[in-house]
Design a protein around this ligand. Structure first.
Ligand SMILES: Cc1cc2nc3c(=O)[nH]c(=O)nc-3n(C[C@H](O)[C@H](O)[C@H](O)COP(=O)(O)OP(=O)(O)OC[C@H]3O[C@@H](n4cnc5c(N)ncnc54)[C@H](O)[C@@H]3O)c2cc1C
Length: 450
């Protein structure tokens, strides 16, 4: 029996941040009419907004995400460059890992560094140009019911909006689980892994004069659970972010921020801050746990409902994966809508979304469980893979270019994790243990001492 195609003419997307905008582009690209609902009054401007509080903190587009975004919006990279995004090769960053400074001799993927609001503004401008897409704001989606068309979203002004497909892209604070339970009685299982990470970020003006170093990352370790980074953004500005786990979280206030900078494993960030002029205050952020809702495990997932982005799976932001995963989910959505969905399509797509989240999820949670502030211990498998990742980090710090390229490829979601176990890396590790690893990479010369 041939499975009949299901027609999807109108799509309602809840949330006009990264995941919602990509989902709108996906549905529009498949020929559907799209209404995006956003509760914030102002969207698509280069200013931080209420609904996206993480927008005050550094955001990078991993290479996989940039590639996916370019598939929706060809030339987006040029748009970002035109508004001042700063491109750099991530291999050239001064990166202090657990075993020392990473080699800067390998070349890797390019990222664009820009403030989050600027990034969102560029994407929103492209979405606004798409045919049949309407962004309605400020309006809050407050509920969901069945309708003759499939689904009906209830809005804060009392009206309803019918659609064949509703995509929840309303982020970490999504109420979709509650709506689903009220509708179908199905309780969704949630996994949370929380290392209690706190961020604090301050924006600066000026040029820290770091020679050929595009930016600096000081990674936290279980023994020294404080870290941070300094990255250039548009408008001749820099963002300096510090983070810490549990009792080591950065305090509120500018004085606390400055003090925290001096407590890191290396004085580079304090030195950079001293060469720049702050604009505005240090801003803290603490909603950083890894949270995953297992919608894919529900036995009776109905057609016409999808959950994407942070509403489905929110990651510890340290690894910068959320936007890239949301973009990859949207590409999968476009493909299915273009092919013509058939019965059971939404459940199959939720399983695909869950698969897309799997690698980033295991990277974040495996690492986070190593910290004392995280109540869960690593599983046996996570412990083994953490040990192996540490060993690869050691090879990288001792100048092994294959280790550097592979770690970078996995981080950018470009290389399958099985490549971490390439025979050449295993051989290099064995050789290192017996014959020594060679000299450690020197601290990059351009970094300030304090
Ligand atoms: C500190 C920090 C740093 C990060 N750094 C990076 C990074 O470097 N790289 C990266 O890729 N990711 C990063 N992330 C993750 C990234 O911000 C998210 O993954 C990304 O924004 C995708 O989120 P989203 O669109 O699913 O949800 P959100 O960005 O949370 O947006 C949800 C949207 O839905 C709207 N909304 C909510 N409820 C309703 C409702 N009922 N009705 C209507 N509208 C509603 C909100 O106003 C908001 O606009 C970081 C996150 C944090 C916290």
């Amino acid at each position: 029996m041939v499975n009949a195609r299901i027609s999807v003419e109108h799509v309602v997307v809840i949330g006009a941040s990264a995941a919602g905008l990509f989902a709108a582009a996906a549905a529009s690209g498949a020929g559907a009419r799209v209404t995006v609902l956003e509760r914030d009054e102002t969207i698509g401007t280069a200013q931080p907004r209420y609904g996206v509080p993480q927008g005050r903190h550094p955001h990078v587009f991993l290479h996989r995400g940039l590639q996916a975004a370019e598939e929706f919006f060809p030339g987006l990279r040029d748009d970002l460059m035109a508004v001042g995004a700063r491109p750099f090769d991530t291999a050239k960053l001064a990166w202090l890992g657990e075993n020392g400074w990473s080699t800067r001799n390998a070349s890797s993927y390019q990222v664009l560094s820009t403030t989050r609001p600027r990034l969102e503004a560029c994407i929103a401008a492209r979405v606004a140009e798409l045919p049949w897409v309407t962004i309605r704001n400020p309006v809050t989606a407050t509920g969901l019911t069945r309708s003759a068309r499939g689904w009906s979203v209830i809005l804060s002004d009392g009206s309803t909006l019918d659609a064949e497909l509703v995509v929840d892209a309303s982020g970490r604070t999504s109420r979709f689980r509650r709506w689903l339970t009220e509708l179908a009685g199905d309780a969704v299982r949630t996994t949370e892994v929380d290392a209690k990470i706190g961020y604090s970020t301050r924006v600066y003006e000026g040029d820290p004069d770091l020679a050929d170093v595009p930016g600096v990352v000081i990674g936290p370790t279980p023994e020294a659970p404080r870290g941070g980074l300094a990255l250039p953004v548009e408008g001749g500005r820099w963002m300096i972010m510090v983070l810490g786990m549990g009792e080591h979280r950065p305090p509120r206030g500018n004085a606390g921020f400055d003090e925290f900078l001096t407590q890191l494993r290396d004085p580079a960030l304090a030195g950079i801050a001293a060469r720049l002029n702050p604009v505005g205050d240090a801003m803290v952020y603490r909603q950083t746990s890894n949270v995953r809702h297992h919608y894919e495990a529900l036995p009776n997932w109905p057609d016409g409902l999808l959950v994407a982005g942070d509403a489905l799976c929110a990651f510890n932001p340290v690894y910068g994966q959320g936007i890239s995963v949301a973009a990859a989910e949207a590409l999968a959505l476009r493909e299915v809508l273009r092919d013509g969905p058939t019965t059971g399509w939404s459940r199959r797509l939720m399983t695909r979304f869950a698969d897309l989240a799997e690698t980033p999820w295991s990277i974040c949670t495996g690492q986070d469980r190593r910290y004392r502030s995280c109540p869960d211990d690593p599983t046996r498998l996570e412990h083994l893979s953490n040990q192996w990742a540490l060993q690869l980090g050691r090879l990288q710090a001792h100048g092994n270019l294959r280790a550097a390229r592979t770690l970078s490829g996995v981080y950018h979601l470009m290389t399958p994790t099985r490549q971490l176990f390439h025979p050449a890396l295993i051989a290099a590790s064995v050789a290192g243990r017996f014959r020594g690893y060679g000299p450690l990479t020197a601290r990059p010369a351009g970094l300030p001492a304090a």
